[in-house]
Structure formats: structure tokens, C-alpha cells
Design a binder for this molecule. Structure first.
Ligand code: SAM
Length: 327
């Protein structure tokens, strides 16, 4: 049964943060003040996650993405993927920093994972280390190879270009699509949980990214397919695709088809609103499926028409870090 929200958008996509822990500390993702992690008992168990996916599937969810924190840090991630796939989710994907992916790629594929997005903000080993607070670029490069080898297609790379930080790599990232069939996706820097370093001037708009990349050669705007937030382009003769995601300068709320489930069991209808529907407490207290169904449908009903980030970037001031909500 497909569900529509109050603005006639079909909601068929659930992003699940399966842990708020991460093995990197990207400077733009986490606030400087040390974050307290959820305690083990606060995080949803795999049974609870599976139960919620089953309910979401009943109400028309066809696409599930596991994220975090770093989803591959969760010890039961392979079993979790296999159980979610068995529910009948046709499009099951994962967003990862890639640090542990080379070791797990084969098992994840066998378990039924369809696609991966790998976050990578610099191809320079020293800079990568600085951005991630100690991360090893080589492991991410190995992850890209492992993703290709194991048939996770298309491999998507997420980069957040930040002015004066890594924006001099926009062109080299885009050039990768000439030889590889990667989808390189440039995401506008958002003021989420990282207010110490966020400034409007540091956010590079999707329009500026495209303007810079067009110096590389003829760039074709590809027809908008599906419901994803990415507007896609291709360089002449390229194998891969370039995408821009513009939550700040050109919000895509009209097409938003998603709900988020936080690691501690709250359904969040919009990334940029603090409205959350707690499903963990009722599950712990023995709620029936009918009761959880109602909460799930309520989350769809209260999904806001749009966020107001382009009007008021302070509106995100009280948002938790992405690692808690699930980026
Ligand atoms: N650990 C995984 C990873 O690194 O991909 C998944 C979680 S991470 C929070 C998911 C995505 O959120 C990453 O691609 C990251 O670049 C993005 N992200 C985090 N903070 C952001 C911000 N302030 N603005 C834009 N994107 C952000």
C-alpha cells in the first residue's frame, strides 16, 4: 500500500541510522564539543529495526538506505542486511566512509546489498587525514575497488566541497567520471550539528560547482529520473555521471519521498526539523504492530511541506550532528 503525505508526495524511502558511532571524525560532520554516544541500550536492536522495516514495507517503502554514524561499525550489519532484503526491499543501499568496506564488500553483496555510496572529500592523503581526523585514504581507495569488483553498481561518491578547504579538488573529482563509471555527487555544505565551522561563504552552491566543472568540456544536463535529490550531468565522452545536491540553494522538498529513522528509534519526517516520533519506547513497552503502524502513518502525516534552510540557516542551530540523525 503506497502512502502519500499531506502534500501528495508518495513516501517510499526510509533511511536508517543503525549506529551513531563512527570510526572517523570529519570536521564538518561532528561538532567540536565531544559528542556523547547513545548507550548500547538506547540503540535499536536488529529485531526492532527489522520490525520497523517490515511495517514500512507494508506501507509502500521500497527503498532502504543504512547509514549512521558509520554503518559498517555495527557488528551485525551483514545479518541485518540479509534480513532486510528478505522482507522484500528491492533497493537496499548503504552510505559508508569506506574504511571497513574492502573487508566486508563480498559478504555484504552476498547478503543482498544492492548499492553503496562512499563519502570521500579529498584525494590528497594528508588533507584526507586532516578532514577526517586521522583517516587513511588508502583504505577508501581500496573500498572503491572492492565496490566495483563486487558489482555494487553504480558506485556513488559523495563529496562535500567547502570553500578554502577542498574546493580546489572539484575539477579532479569531476574528471574521474571520464575514465570511471562512478556517480560523483557534490553535496552542499549544510549547517547541521557543525556550527563551529559552518559559514554561508564556505558553502559552495550547486550552481557554482557546475559552472566550475563546465570549464572541463561540454556538460549535458541529464533528464531528471526517479525521485532522488541529485540533478545529474555528464561530461562529453564520460563514462560516469556528475550529480549536484542542493539542500541550501535550491531545495528539493517538493520531491522528497523519505523518512529517517534515528539510531535511537525516532522517526524523523524531515532532516531539518526537530519533529521526531519515538517508536523505540512503545516497542520496548510491548506495543502491538497496529500501534506501531499508527505511529509510522502519523510520521508521514506530519511531514512538513518544506524546510526553511534557504531562508534561515539558524533554524538548524538546534539540530543534532548528522552522525546522530543519519546523514
Ligand atoms: N559514515 C558514513 C559516511 O561517511 O558516509 C555515513 C554517515 S555520514 C553522516 C553521511 C553523509 O553525510 C556523508 O556523505 C557526509 O559527507 C554527509 N555530511 C555530514 N555532515 C554534512 C554537512 N554538514 N553537510 C553536508 N553533508 C554532510
Amino acid at each position: 500500500m503506497a502512502m502519500q503525505d499531506s502534500y501528495n508526495r508518495t513516501i517510499d524511502y526510509l533511511r536508517i541510522s543503525i549506529t551513531d558511532k563512527c570510526n572517523l571524525k570529519c570536521v564538518y560532520c561532528k561538532p567540536k564539543a565531544s559528542l556523547k554516544h547513545f548507550s548500547g541500550s538506547e540503540v535499536l536492536t536488529s529485531e526492532e529495526i527489522i520490525r520497523l522495516v517490515r511495517i514500512a514495507h507494508k506501507y509502500g517503502v521500497k527503498k532502504v538506505r543504512l547509514t549512521g554514524g558509520e554503518p559498517l561499525m555495527r557488528k551485525d550489519v551483514v545479518q541485518l542486511i540479509s534480513s532486510i532484503k528478505r522482507i522484500g526491499i528491492p533497493d537496499l543501499s548503504l552510505t559508508t566512509n569506506g574504511i571497513m568496506l574492502a573487508d566486508l564488500a563480498e559478504d555484504l553483496k552476498k547478503a543482498g546489498l544492492d548499492r553503496v555510496n562512499i563519502s570521500l572529500d579529498s584525494m590528497n592523503a594528508e588533507r584526507f587525514k586532516t578532514i577526517t581526523n586521522g583517516g587513511d585514504l588508502d583504505r577508501v581507495l581500496k573500498a572503491l575497488d572492492a565496490a566495483e569488483k563486487n558489482g555494487f553498481s553504480p558506485v556513488k561518491i559523495n563529496i562535500v566541497p567547502i570553500r578554502g578547504f577542498n574546493d580546489d579538488e572539484i575539477i579532479s573529482f569531476a574528471s574521474l567520471t571520464l575514465s570511471k563509471d562512478y556517480h560523483i555527487r557534490f553535496i552542499e555544505f549544510m549547517p547541521v550539528g557543525c556550527n563551529e565551522i559552518w559559514e554561508k561563504g564556505k558553502c559552495i552552491s550547486a550552481a557554482e560547482v557546475i559552472e566550475r566543472i563546465s570549464t572541463l568540456g561540454e556538460l549535458t544536463h541529464l533528464e531528471f529520473k526517479g525521485k532522488g535529490p541529485s540533478r545529474n550531468y555528464q561530461l562529453k565522452g564520460a563514462r560516469g555521471i556528475i550529480g549536484v545536491i542542493s539542500p541550501i540553494t535550491d531545495h528539493f522538498c517538493k520531491f522528497c519521498n523519505r523518512l529517517r529513522l534515528t539510531a535511537d528509534g525516532k522517526i524523523r519526517p524531515c532532516l531539518f526539523s526537530n519533529v521526531e516520533i519515538d517508536v523505540r519506547t512503545p516497542m520496548k513497552n510491548g506495543a502491538t504492530d497496529e500501534e506501531i503502524d499508527k505511529l509510522f502513518c502519523h510520521a508521514i502525516e506530519v511531514k512538513p511541506e518544506r524546510h526553511l534552510l534557504d531562508k534561515d540557516t539558524n533554524s538548524s542551530k538546534f539540530l543534532q550532528a548528522m552522525s546522530k540523525i543519519g546523514g
